[in-house]
Ligand binder design. Sequence first.
Ligand code: SAH
Ligand code: SF4
Length: 356
Amino acid sequence: MIKLCDTTPSSLEFLLDGHPGYRRTQILDGIYRSHRLPAELTTLPRDLRSLLEGEIQPALTHVAESASDNGETVKWLFALEDGQRIETVLMRYSDRVTVCISTQAGCAMGCSFCATGQGGFGRNLTTAEMLEQIFWAERAAKPRAVTHVVFMGMGEPLANYDRTVAAARRLRSDFGISPRRLTISTVGIIPGIRRLAAEGIPITLAVSLHAANDRLRDELIPMNRRYPISGLMEACSEYVSATSRRVSFEWAMISGVNDRAQDAEELASLAIPLRAHVNLIPLNPTPGYAVIGTAPAEVARFASQLRRLGANATIRDTRGREIAAACGQLSMREAQNQLRLPHRRPNLVDSLPSEH
Ligand code: SAH
Ligand code: SF4
């Protein structure tokens, strides 16, 4: 049996024995360009279609769907064959259609503020499982087409490096989505950033910085102890030189933690030399982390301070917030509904100085 997005010219060779050569292109175009399931490839002869239906099967099953922004944002919870859960989000804007995909079920990086991190690690996704998220999003987006893909759902893409890069390459070759329209978001795995720089694919790199000094970043992001900020900035600089793409810094604003004037100064001093673009977003509340996102007026103040200092900053759209679109939250809610799991204790708040 072949997984839907493992369908390639070579995997079809055996199935198409005795059929004319053009069937191969018809099937591949049907799946990757028209986003049809084998049963829907009605231009194929019936016997071939039923053969394909039996042999080519989806890897993802829809478990839950929620919509917001008048249906412009849709979030899916999918089950994988082994029961693991992942999330995918489709965001329709006036000028683009963006899909946010997961690269792992869960995540081993343990960031304190992140629902996925709080839930622990399941497993790496296969390339076919990553691509099938685009397949379903393309179907839902019709009559429009997906224009941008962000690897910003569950998991750490650079901890599942080979399969993620293979997915990025196949997005171009199979789905026709250019690497310039792809963004890989990382917690800051330095060797992964260096490898990606050497691949020669012009993907946008987003680094989830959230803190501009090691003391705070160590608390928020355990991986920072292994890959501290100075080395991370060097790797980012290599990435910019190798790809001529800008790097962006993600900054989830946490009230009283990383939203003070001094934080803006430290952040600007990292962003300016790299000409990095800073994306600000108020922290989405998660059950396991008892602090709150910065109020909108304070986010705006922080953004203007950054700009005054000479950094490039935008306030990110909080699409899907009302459907718990922050990384990992839908699956956590689902798990709690089903299993009535107790909330985990917050792990950062205890170690913060008392004035926070
Ligand atoms: N593991 C990768 C990509 C997935 S996380 C990474 O960390 O970059 C996608 C983004 O969501 C990251 O920028 C992450 O820091 C952010 N994020 C996680 N939890 C969040 C929360 N509660 N509120 C706002 N952003 C959050
Ligand atoms: Fe993993 Fe990213 Fe969440 Fe950190 S923020 S736990 S790296 S998914």
